[in-house]
Design a protein around this ligand. Structure first.
Ligand code: ADP
Ligand code: ASP
Ligand code: MG
Length: 429
């Protein structure tokens, strides 16, 4: 097996302007000059994917075909082109010897066989063919890979869900794992690590030196978009430590690692993080017949449409009728409405659908809460003291989530962050 590889992923803000792209180019060449063999994975320039999504929904409010992915994947093509050109220009400026006539080569998902399933806009990677990458690496050329995109069996371009470039980077690292002795993965973003909560929502958020895959998965699934959840799942599965760090400041970031590598500093902490997921929509279905298989039919129809349903609450039956409530992200609202209206026509003629948008889910996370029964009560008290109403509650072993009015997200996050002692937490940096 051959030496080591460093996969460096640069997010939207990190390639958000020509200056930032030139800084990425210098950074990659500096890493190479230190003897690292680097592979880059880049996102679209910040704001580009949002713009493309908005263009698509203006022509089709519920875009469901592969052309939607073809369109929204194009932002990454732009940044791959620009980053590669910038690296080559910088290499020429530095007078580097370029045996292949170039220092970097841009590669789209299909060019390196990032094979996915065909669940458009939420595709999952099945395999990556590393042969082109290996050839370029061995030649001393830096591969610059488009994040977020892949290709399915039919040759259609697919995308991996919002924030999916993180997953591209970890999947590339995992694929190279079998071919090189050591593969490290750095995620460069606009914050210098993972914090106890979103620093944009809470100025007292503290940077965490290390966090376990499990806790990071919970935080990511509850709205901490600093890493896409699937990237953390893959990193855990293949045992790849992730170094989340800033592309604006070269300080040490946060290491996402296995529990065993955590050290003892955070052991006695009950709540280790607070997460918020804005733009949640709550659906209440009334007059649902109280019969076996009803839930399976409703949620089966939603999952067939690839809609991720979050909190589900079923009320006690009254006169043979149930009330079922659940939440979905705003991005899936139009599709959810369509599926539910379809059910009404097909199966449940008396169904009443009540939609409430503008909600947010706030959650507290911590492996320590398994042994501390009072955490939920404390959370409800803290929200009550801030006069924040709770619409729905869900719990698991290591998290408690409450659905609240989206306008109160910032207040709720700050109240929970202080109330659970995270403003002054020992063991974080
Ligand atoms: P990129 O474009 O680099 O992928 P993202 O916008 O996807 O960046 O993710 C970085 C953002 O995640 C930060 O700017 C921050 O606002 C947000 N964030 C949410 N929760 C956290 C957290 N616990 N720690 C750090 N950042 C967080
Ligand atoms: N450009 C994509 C998005 O905005 C992927 C990513 O940034 O990770 O969701
Ligand atoms: Mg991201």
């Amino acid at each position: 097996m051959r030496s080591s590889i460093l996969v460096q992923k640069f997010g939207g803000t990190s390639v958000g302007s020509i200056e930032r792209i030139q800084s990425v180019a210098r950074w990659a060449l500096d890493s190479q000059a230190r003897g690292e063999r680097v592979v880059l994975v880049v996102s679209a320039m910040s704001g580009d994917t949002n713009r493309l999504v908005s263009l698509a929904t203006q022509v089709d409010p519920i875009p469901q075909s592969s052309e939607y992915d073809l369109l929204i994947a194009s932002g990454e093509q732009v940044s791959v082109g620009l980053v590669t050109l910038a690296i080559n220009a910088e290499a020429r400026k530095r007078g580097l010897a370029l045996p292949q006539g170039r220092a970097a080569r841009g590669l789209l998902g299909h060019q390196i066989g990032i094979l996915t399933d065909s669940v458009y806009s939420k595709a999952r990677i099945r395999a990556i063919d590393t042969s082109v990458l290996e050839r370029e690496i061995e030649r001393g050329v830096i591969p610059v890979i488009a994040g977020f995109q892949g290709v399915d069996d039919e040759g259609n371009i697919t995308t991996l869900g919002r924030g999916g470039s993180d997953t591209s980077a970890v999947a590339v690292a995992a694929a190279l794992r079998g071919r090189y002795e050591q593969v490290d993965c750095e995620i460069y973003t606009d914050v210098d690590g993972v914090y106890t909560t979103d620093p944009r929502l809470c100025p007292k958020a503290r940077k965490v030196a290390r966090i376990s895959y499990e806790e990071m998965m919970e935080l990511a699934s509850l709205g901490a978009k600093v890493l896409q959840i699937r990237s953390v799942e893959l990193a855990a599965k293949y045992g790849i430590p992730l170094h989340v760090r800033s592309s604006f400041d070269p300080v040490e970031g946060t290491w996402v690692v296995a529990k065993e590598q955590l050290g003892e500093s955070m052991e006695n902490v009950v709540v280790s993080g607070v997460a918020a997921d804005a733009a949640q929509v709550k659906w209440t279905l009334q007059n649902v017949p109280d019969q076996p298989s009803v839930a399976a039919r409703i949620f089966g129809a939603l999952s067939e449409a690839a809609i991720v349903v979050d909190v589900i609450v079923q009320d006690i039956s009254q006169q043979g009728q149930l009330t079922v409530s659940f939440t979905v992200g705003q991005a899936d609202a139009a599709k959810t409405r369509q599926v539910l209206e379809g059910l009404k026509t097909a199966d449940f003629r008396d169904l009443r659908i009540v939609e409430r948008a503008g909600l947010a889910k706030v959650s507290v996370v911590g492996v320590g809460m398994q042994n501390h029964p009072g955490v939920a009560t404390q959370m409800f008290k803290l929200l009550a003291q801030s006069d924040i109403n709770i619409e729905l509650i869900t719990t698991s072993e290591i998290k408690i989530s409450c659905l609240i009015d989206g306008n109160r997200t910032r207040d709720a996050v700050q109240a929970l962050h202080s109330g659970f002692g995270l403003d002054r937490l020992e063991g974080v940096v």
